[in-house]
Design a protein around this ligand. Structure first.
Ligand code: HEC
Ligand code: HEC
Ligand code: HEC
Ligand code: HEC
Length: 464
């Protein structure tokens, strides 16, 4: 009688081994992140953590920053971004950029070395825009990147093409017929943790500004606009965010109410700004650059490469575990724009569906316009409605509206158009419930640099 029992125990033990081999080897540690009993624990494995820390080390800078010398523009003639940087520091930055982006290819990756001033290579044109984008992130998005900031290395890690980029994803080919429409899902996809959730949560949420909501604020059946499908898309994005940071949902949420900001951690506020930052970088920089990239670098639908949370974070809760590389390269920091928003603080008690805002200064919303047009686009309206909600949630703050233009064509007409656009934004904010007394119209300004989307915009700036 005992024999069959033993062998079945052995089989059971073997079975347990097979099942458990799919799990991580102990020890697993947990860190409590909320009140006791709420299961707001972050689980991590020290062994895997050590490997991740080693893989996310910042390289040493090439010596300390150089503070003195004539501006680079006194020697070099085709500088559109770095003209005011002194020659020594300029050269130091070129060396660092080569190390960060193209260590194997060298200066020739971006330059025709017989004519350094030439813009013949697309890599140089893209890099110039990347310089502006990096400055923009460090000076205008302190609500997300704080003093840690980013350099080219944060995303590139010694490679011309960052490890984590995305294109609009048409999904796998499928046989026509009975199977029906996959609705952008029902295929295990790595970007959403190999679940069958929608495999392109990026286009609607990180390039376009669709609402990330599951809970409705009105009761059925009158006005509940939330569908199961919308919920699945939201969860797909949340999977991406968690994976990118190497954390669980409880890093930001209390799972008894995903929706409630009062029960969420301060990190959810930082993430909220992160979503807005990624959208602004994709629509303001990467999308317009698509025309400069050669066709080989385009996606299956012909769009250009774009970024998401993983592009910077690469599995770490702070990119490079919080290494402050930008302090060694002041020209990549707040060069053009002095004031910036402080880091996001704990979510405030906000009305349902209204995200918390901790910014007391800095740009809180940007509205882009089509060439020659003063009417606000549907995309612009979405930004305005969202920004208006944060403005209403922060009744103590006042806001400046600044319209921008460039000098192409008739500069005076451009300034007039910028003014009309600022009026349009003011009226839309009023319509969305913001008191007019809280809005201050600034004189329109010219944008330094090229004629592109950045020069056709109105900024909503929280004034301290
Ligand atoms: C990843 C791309 C990239 C790499 C690699 C790179 N550069 Fe540059 N370089 C640029 C960009 C972009 C500009 C223009 C900056 C501006 O418009 O302000 C520039 C401008 C220059 C200029 C000024 C040319 C002129 O006449 O206006 C010099 C000189 C220069 N780089 C030298 C170097 C050297 C030397 C190296 C290698 C150690 C190097 N660069 C590597 C992107 C790069
Ligand atoms: C926030 C992330 C981020 C930062 C910071 C960043 N880049 Fe990029 N970069 C990207 C993405 C995304 C692409 C598109 C990838 C592709 O080319 O497919 C890209 C593309 C490029 C390319 C074109 C590569 C190719 O061959 O297609 C160059 C060159 C480049 N970046 C240089 C720079 C330089 C120089 C800096 C710093 C001044 C910088 N980048 C900072 C995200 C970043
Ligand atoms: C890094 C922080 C972070 C992590 C990790 C995270 N979330 Fe979120 N979550 C957010 C933010 C921020 C929002 C609000 C987005 C917005 O309003 O733009 C949100 C919104 C949501 C919503 C919508 C709530 C509503 O208002 O209807 C749900 C549901 C949700 N998250 C579930 C999850 C799940 C499930 C996970 C784990 C797979 C997760 N989240 C991981 C930050 C996070
Ligand atoms: C341009 C690079 C970049 C991108 C893209 C980016 N982040 Fe971050 N993120 C940072 C930096 C830098 C920090 C560190 C800020 C600090 O030191 O407080 C950070 C910090 C955070 C934190 C706070 C971590 C903590 O424990 O304090 C969260 C949460 C976060 N990011 C979420 C996101 C989400 C979600 C996305 C995508 C929607 C995203 N980030 C995209 C650069 C980026």
């Amino acid at each position: 009688m005992s024999r069959p029992l033993h062998s079945s125990l052995a089989i059971l033990a073997l079975g347990a081994c097979v099942v458990l081999s799919g799990c991580e080897r102990p020890p697993i540690q947990s860190v409590q992140r909320g009140y006791r009993g709420l299961a707001m624990d972050e689980l991590y494995n020290p062994r895997l953590m050590a490997a991740s820390v080693a893989a996310n080390k910042a390289p040493a800078p090439p010596g300390p920053p150089i503070n003195e010398g004539a501006p680079a523009s006194s020697v070099y003639k085709n500088l559109q971004v770095l003209g005011d940087v002194n020659i020594g520091e300029f050269t130091r930055l070129m060396i660092a950029m080569t190390q960060w982006v193209a260590p194997d290819q060298g200066c020739a990756y971006c330059h025709d070395v017989s004519n350094m001033g030439s813009d013949a290579l697309y890599t140089k044109v893209v890099s110039r825009r990347m310089l502006q984008m990096t400055q923009q992130i460090n000076s205008q998005w302190k609500s997300h990147v704080a003093e840690t900031g980013v350099t080219c290395y944060t995303c590139h890690r010694g490679q011309p093409v960052p490890a984590n980029i995305w294109f609009a994803n048409p999904g796998p080919k499928r046989a026509p017929g009975m199977l029906g429409n996959r609705a952008g899902q029902n295929t295990p996809a790595p970007q959403v943790g190999l679940t069958s959730l929608p495999y392109d949560p990026f286009t609607p949420f990180l390039d376009q500004a669709n609402e990330i909501r599951v809970l409705s604020t009105t009761a059925l059946p009158s006005g509940n606009r939330r569908s199961i499908k919308q919920t699945e898309w939201t969860y797909a994005l949340m999977m991406h965010m968690s994976q990118s940071l190497g954390v669980n949902c409880t890093y930001c949420h209390n799972t008894r109410s995903f929706f409630d900001w009062d029960q969420s951690t301060p990190q959810r506020g930082t993430a909220w700004y992160g979503i807005r930052m990624v959208r602004a970088l994709n629509t303001g920089y990467l999308d317009p650059l698509a025309k400069d990239f050669p066709p080989a670098r385009h996606g299956p639908l012909g769009d250009g490469p774009k970024l998401n949370c993983a592009t910077c974070h690469q599995g770490a809760y702070k990119p490079l575990y919080g290494a402050r590389m930008v302090k060694d390269f002041p020209e990549l920091g707040a060069v053009m724009v002095p004031a910036a928003a402080p880091a996001a603080a704990a979510p405030s008690a906000a009305a349902p569906g209204v995200a918390p805002v901790a910014a007391t200064s800095g740009v809180v919303g940007k509205i882009y316009f089509v060439v020659g047009v003063k009417e606000i686009s549907p995309e612009g309206m979405r930004v305005i409605v969202e920004t208006a909600r944060m403005m209403i949630a922060q009744p103590a703050l006042k806001y400046d509206l600044s319209g921008y233009a460039d000098r192409t064509g008739n500069p005076d007409a451009n300034l007039e158009l910028a003014k009309q656009r600022a009026f349009a934004v003011r009226d839309a904010l009023k319509a969305a419930g913001v008191a007019e007394a809280r809005i201050n119209l600034k004189k329109p300004e010219f944008v330094i640099g090229t004629a592109d989307a950045e020069s056709r915009r109105v900024d909503i700036v929280a004034a301290p």
